[in-house]
Design a protein around this ligand. Structure first.
Ligand code: NBP
Length: 474
């Protein structure tokens, strides 16, 4: 029997489709699943798509792989992944590669990579975005791990990834947990994108009394311009959908409690550790959390809102479009900031422009917009913030008046727009010459002798607040 080029273990939705994608690209794919029936089903249904080498147990699966062995794990993230890694590691030999394509936390990936490196094995934590459709037809792939493992795996991964303008949506992201980190931030940005879209829809519906079908047309039109993206495109589809049973708009029969699997929360937790304000992502995570408390919402429902409930004319549509674009720039600026901070913290040497490149296709946040981000980092790889790039600075400048109108309108009619508002606050905060952080420093020095720096001379100072209030060097 010929040996397989690469193997996939874990053949639920993602693993099965990834295995099929590999087979369709001419690779002989070893396939295995804890419950054998899934393996049999894959070969029965899709065996004609290419060469599959099924195995009932992991030992046979490993034995069916060419050396150095390349085994991709696509099982539920968490304890299951650790169990499978351990079983594979027992069966593998130095130089072999274990690829984790699940949604692992990057710290777990760092731990696993270090442990397997000790045993002479390569561990490649790989972010894969695009859901089941992407896995089958070309996802965005974000592999971490050693340069050696990239040499052996990179060509295969680039082969099966999505391509945009002939460029594969897959590069070697960086060592150890870098791939899973970048995938995590991708998901965080995805949260933010969706929140901003939801706020746009909500505000226009409440302010103008527009129907979901009318708003579908608005989003379809927006998708022709600078907002052109997969998420805007599918927003129009979802808003156009009519429930077959009731004849109501689909969006009105769905329970309004947004769920989450955790990558948004991880992004915010990591941002807190790194000291990076990812307010757009945080507001999106918290907005989902707020939606998920029906008992509190019921208790608060009688609270009074503003007298004004609807307002504005059609000009609000264009203002919201501009607010959405400006807030999106802020959300991405924050996400890219977080990647830059992690790159410094963990020594990853991330190429931020390349991250924008590999998100242009295959993944959920794919958008024309990412070309502009790539261009910004091409022009200045050391850009301190995306907001300072001339193209984005110009776009923010053009949008800021409308953005302020939108936030004002939302406040006036009592529609919550935490994404728009926090993005605007970030924009205003970052551009300020002087921030009230100076007062915060004064208070910290007053109650805790935490000291402060002065604007006009070097050194660290403390004022004797409880005594004669003179200043002395600390
Ligand atoms: P699931 O996350 O639903 O996991 C099911 C698979 O894990 C099955 O193959 C199952 O085997 C296997 N498994 C479990 Br559960 N515990 C195991 C254990 N202890 N040992 C061995 N195998 C075990 O599958 P999925 O939705 O295809 O996702 C796979 C990975 O890809 C996840 O980490 C997910 O977060 C990630 N991901 C998913 C998406 C998406 O859109 N769904 C997108 C991007 C990434 P069984 O058949 O024997 O029960």
């Amino acid at each position: 029997m010929d040996l397989a080029d690469i193997g996939v273990t874990g053949l639920a939705t993602m693993g099965r489709n990834l295995a099929r994608n590999l087979a369709r690209h001419g690779y002989a794919v070893a396939v295995h699943n804890r419950t054998y029936v899934r393996t049999q089903q894959l070969v029965k249904e899709f065996g004609g798509e290419g060469t599959f080498v099924p195995s009932e147990d992991l030992a046979a699966f490993v034995a069916s792989l060419k050396r150095p062995r390349r085994a991709v794990i696509m099982v539920k993230a968490g304890a299951g992944t650790d169990a499978v890694i351990e079983q594979l590691a027992e069966l593998m030999e130095p130089g072999d590669m274990i690829v984790d394509g699940g949604n692992a936390h990057f710290e777990d990936t760092r731990r696993r990579e270090a442990a397997l490196r000790e045993r002479g094995l390569h561990f490649v934590g790989t972010g894969i975005s695009g859901g089941e459709e992407g896995a089958l037809n070309g996802p965005s792939i974000m592999p971490g791990g050693s340069k050696e493992s990239w040499q052996a795996l990179g060509p295969i991964l680039q082969d099966i990834a999505a391509t945009v303008d002939g460029v594969p949506c897959c590069v070697h992201v960086g060592p150890d947990g870098a791939g899973h980190f970048v995938k995590m931030v991708h998901n965080g940005i995805e949260y933010s994108d969706m929140q901003l879209i939801a706020e746009s829809y909500d505000l226009l519906r409440q302010a103008l009394g527009a129907t979901p079908a009318e708003l579908a047309s608005v989003f379809r039109e927006w998708n022709q311009g600078e907002l052109d993206s997969y998420l805007i495109e599918i927003t129009a589809e979802v808003l156009d959908q009519v429930d077959a049973e009731t004849g109501k708009p689909f969006v009105d029969v769905v329970v309004d409690q947004a769920e989450q699997k955790g990558t948004g929360r991880w992004t915010v937790q990591s941002a807190l550790d790194l000291g990076v304000p990812v307010t757009g992502i945080a507001e999106a995570v918290f907005a989902r959390a707020l939606s998920g408390h029906p008992e509190q919402r019921a208790a608060a429902a009688p609270l009074r809102g503003p007298a004004l409930s609807g307002t504005g004319g059609r000009e609000l549509v264009e203002q919201v479009r501009q607010a959405l674009y400006a807030s999106k720039i802020v959300a991405y600026a924050q996400g890219f900031d977080q990647m830059a901070a992690a790159s410094r913290e963990y020594g990853w040497d991330l190429d931020l422009g390349a991250m924008a490149t590999i998100w242009r296709g295959g993944c959920i946040i794919r958008a024309k917009f990412l070309d502009r981000i790539r261009a910004a980092y091409d022009a200045n790889p050391a850009l301190p913030t995306l907001l300072a790039d001339p193209t984005f600075a110009g776009a923010l400048d053009a949008a800021q008046e409308a953005w302020r109108r939108v936030v004002t309108t939302a406040v006036e009619i009592g529609v919550p727009t935490p994404g728009f508002s926090s993005a605007l606050a970030y924009y205003d905060g970052l551009r300020r010459d002087r921030l009230p952080a100076a007062l915060v420093q004064g208070l910290r020095d007053f109650f805790g002798a935490h000291t402060y720096h002065r604007v006009d001379k070097e050194g660290v100072f403390h004022t004797d607040w409880s005594g004669d209030r003179t200043e002395r060097p600390a």
